[in-house]
Design a protein around this ligand. Structure first.
Ligand code: SF4
Ligand code: SF4
Length: 245
């Protein structure tokens, strides 16, 4: 969603429907969609981008993001910091387009399709008034568009995270205070700090983690993130997603 007053219209599409869209450098609107936006990052978005930039997750968060604590949501959310000058550009946009294209966030990959909440698999085809790519070029099926952008995998990881953020403990406004908020923040957004907790603290004295699982989370950051979600469910909600010793 853009912060300026930008008009959007949308059509609702189903997986089998199609749309005409052709985003390309020659259009006058090229890169217009990559500035002055509220771009929320999911845990998996953060993992992909910090890895792409070969940064520690804490450094990435400090440099490129703003944490927000909206009471109505009940947990911290992370927004990408736009460049603080008159352009208000995304820090990853260049004259040739997105510098992190293969690892760009879910919402950038999904555009111009947005899932209709509660009506999946229905999608809004979001048409910003400045975007000139609609109604021209190749016809894309919704299914193929989502497949080529690898959206399903992003959503699979996000659905696992939603089992935490949509947990029935969350309606309580003050549920995430102090230590609980820190745990949520580390387990969701600061994967390198979570890795240190597992490998350098007494973590393995308290949790019985199978050797195969340990090997997997050491070699695969996505699996480490999934493991962090399990840790949060155990610590925050008392669920038996991790076995205590
Ligand atoms: S066509 Fe739309 S999506 Fe592509 S650069 Fe222009 S505004 Fe952005
Ligand atoms: S991450 Fe890439 S695609 Fe997304 S807003 Fe920034 S430059 Fe544009």
């Amino acid at each position: 969603m853009t912060k300026e007053t930008i008009k959007s219209t949308s059509d609702t599409l189903k997986t089998g429907d199609s749309f005409h869209f052709n985003c390309r450098k020659e259009l006058a609107c090229f890169n217009r969609c990559c500035r002055d936006i509220n771009l929320y990052l999911t845990p998996y978005d953060i993992l992909r981008i910090k890895k792409r930039l070969t940064m520690h997750s804490a450094e990435f968060l400090r440099t490129y993001t703003i944490p927000l604590f909206p009471e109505e949501i009940g947990h911290p959310v992370i927004v990408l910091k736009m460049i603080p000058d008159e352009t208000k550009n995304c820090p990853f946009v260049s004259d040739d387009g997105c510098l992190i294209y293969e690892d760009r966030p879910w919402s950038c990959r999904s555009f111009p399709l947005e899932p209709v909440p509660g009506a999946e698999p229905e999608f809004s085809l979001v048409k910003r008034d400045f975007c000139l790519g609609f109604g021209m070029g190749k016809e894309h099926s919704v299914k193929k568009w989502r497949d080529t952008q690898n959206i399903a995998f992003y959503e699979e990881i996000n659905d696992e995270w939603k089992e935490i953020t949509h947990h029935n403990h969350f309606p309580s406004k003050n549920f995430l205070e102090g230590k609980a908020r820190d745990i949520f923040f580390i387990g969701s957004y600061n994967i390198d700090e979570f890795r240190d907790i597992v490998s350098k603290s007494d973590f393995l004295k308290y949790y019985d983690v199978d050797k195969k699982v340990l090997k997997k989370i050491k070699s695969n950051e996505t699996e480490l993130l999934r493991f962090a979600f399990k840790w949060m469910r155990t610590v925050l909600f008392g669920e038996a997603t991790l076995k205590r010793k």
